[in-house]
Design a protein around this ligand. Structure first.
Ligand SMILES: [Zn+2]
Length: 301
């Protein structure tokens, strides 16, 4: 089974379910503060429903999605980051033969690259990566170019050159492309410094989709108005329409893996026994040294 961790109307026993739940927009549920479980959006961040670090985890039937025979645990454990990126891309798809930038090459960035490459093959994908292991995996997943995240001036210049855009230098701050030739930026970081670069390199009426969550900060956002850019938030996942099938994003993932259309298991770089929790956390904390991309525990050996 794969757990859909969201504590929406169904698991909370709210009947009838709220309008977003009825529409399949599970991450937009109106009931996150209602019912006996206490306030919180999903297991692990709420007192009434511990997550997978607890000795026991309880789940409502509606939260469990069966893993078909033939799909490995290594593939199944990556369902969550895949689904976050799938939701963002399916709801804000790139134009056919378009050009997109995936900002960040952690779990969300890398799954985005794999989704774009496998399901939107006509689209050119650039990636901004921080660590060497991320850069290598982005290329393995089919990115056509990978850019270093710093310094930002060099990044903006490199993105302008890659996309064939014309660069203009304002009196102050980073340069801006106009015309720009990047149709969509999928920003899995969404910090002030990444948003600032994203809107600078987008095309006119381009779209910046953000799946990242960061501490609020001010940033220089003039290109949003000047280039009429659309900013779209994208929160987790729910029931998604893709290629004529309407089902939970995790079910789409398991189906795509079963059909051999996508394999993201290479990003599961490290596995540890449960009592090796300290080296597991260290591998994550020092990704630059360990090369860790996704780390999993293997309680059953
Ligand atoms: Zn609801």
């Amino acid at each position: 089974m794969v757990l859909n961790p969201w504590l929406t109307c169904g698991p909370r026993g709210i009947d009838p379910p709220c309008p977003p739940c009825q529409a399949g927009d599970l991450s937009l549920c109106w009931s996150f503060t209602k019912g006996d479980l206490g306030p919180g959006v999903h297991v692990g961040v709420i007192t009434g429903a511990p997550g997978a670090w607890a000795e026991q985890l309880s789940a409502h039937d509606s939260m469990l999605i069966p893993v078909p025979d033939g799909i490995s645990d290594a593939a199944a454990v990556l369902a969550d980051p895949f689904s976050v990126s799938f939701h963002a891309i399916v709801r804000h798809p790139p134009p056919p033969s378009g050009r997109v930038l995936v900002y960040g090459a952690g779990a969300l960035g890398l799954t985005s690259v794999a989704i774009l490459r496998s399901l939107y093959p006509g689209v050119e994908v650039g990636v901004v990566a921080r660590f060497e292991a991320q850069r290598e995996m982005a290329l393995q997943f089919g990115a056509s170019a990978v850019f270093a995240h710093e310094p930002r001036l060099a990044l903006v210049e490199a993105l302008a050159e890659w996309s064939g855009a014309v660069l203009h230098a304002p009196l102050d701050g980073l340069p801006v492309t106009h015309p720009g030739h990047i149709d969509v930026v999928y920003d899995s970081i969404a910090k002030a410094e990444t948003l600032e670069v994203g809107v600078r390199v987008l095309a006119e009426r381009g779209r910046l989709v953000y799946t990242g969550v960061a501490t609020p900060e001010r940033w220089e956002s003039t290109p949003i108005y000047f280039k009429e850019i659309t900013i779209a938030g994208s929160n987790a996942f729910g029931i998604e329409d893709f290629e004529g099938t309407r089902q939970h994003a995790i079910a789409h993932y398991l189906q795509l893996v079963g059909e051999g259309r996508l394999d993201i298991t290479p990003m599961l770089t490290h596995r540890f026994d449960l009592d090796e929790w300290w080296p597991a956390l260290k591998a994550l904390a020092r990704q630059d040294r360990s090369g860790a991309l996704k780390v999993a525990f293997t309680p059953n050996g």
